[in-house]
Design a protein around this ligand. Structure first.
Ligand code: SAH
Length: 224
């Protein structure tokens, strides 16, 4: 029984592919125009990242619970952040908040080298069973506190934060290359303002502000 349901979960049918095409149309209508981002989302079976109970609706443009009070971000949010990041093949990217691994997989599909950190032990442990782990060998998973980043692997071309940051973590700015970009939703009460930072040579950064979003909080320290 278990075997049968597992097989079903990891089947990418024509129906799933059709639903993905529709999702791509929705994302285009909402203003996502980066062809590489749309292509990556079109290539990845999003239903693999959700509990099989959500298989039928995996391609609606909405967020879903993934357990432990966490969510897989809405496809529009993933597309929006990825577009802002201006991903180039071979970019070395640090992601804070692995969650379901979906965002990391989108970046990897675009040819980036991804370093992703999760503070929840059980979510981190799940990455070891990820069915596409052998396909995306360009993703490295870490259990840790995103506020600290990964000094050993720095500097990064890009940093993406997928939880609501109370402020711009200084250590993450430090770990960015000169000219590197960080996409980060920063807390403004109920919602977060999406910011894109570009690091200057002297360690300061330029800031551009975009739309408001709603993320689960970025919490300090590890859990588990
Ligand atoms: N990128 C994820 C989104 C997950 S939601 C996806 O594609 O599914 C945000 C995630 O950030 C949660 O899993 C949460 O546990 C994690 N998180 C929150 N604060 C963190 C921190 N300080 N360091 C690392 N991960 C953190």
């Amino acid at each position: 029984m278990l075997c049968v349901s597992l097989m079903r979960k990891y089947e990418d049918t024509y129906r799933h592919k059709g639903l993905r095409k529709k999702l791509i149309d929705t994302l285009k209508e909402k203003g996502i125009s980066d062809a590489a981002v749309l292509e990556a989302i079109n290539s990845i079976p999003r239903h693999y990242f959700l509990d099989s109970a959500f298989d039928e609706i995996a391609y609606e443009d909405r967020a879903f619970p993934i357990g432990d009070g966490q969510t897989i971000s809405q496809p529009y949010t993933v597309a929006y952040q990825t577009q802002l990041l201006q991903v180039k093949p071979n970019d070395k990217i640090l992601e804070i908040g692995t969650g379901s691994m979906y965002q990391a997989t989108v970046l990897a599909e675009m040819g980036a080298r991804v370093y992703t950190i999760e503070r929840q032990k059980n979510l981190y442990e799940k990455t070891k069973q990820f069915v596409l782990r052998n396909k995306y060998i360009n993703i490295k998973y870490f259990y840790g506190d995103g506020f600290e980043g990964l000094p050993t692997y720095a500097p990064f071309d890009k940093v993406i934060i997928t939880a609501a940051a109370p402020f711009v973590p200084p250590k993450l700015v430090e770990q960015l290359k000169t000219g590197g970009k960080m996409v980060i939703p920063v807390d403004e009460g109920q919602h977060q303002r999406m910011l894109r930072l570009t690091k200057n040579e002297d360690g300061t950064y330029e800031e551009e502000a975009f739309e408001n979003f709603s993320f689960v909080p970025m919490l300090s320290g590890k859990n588990g």
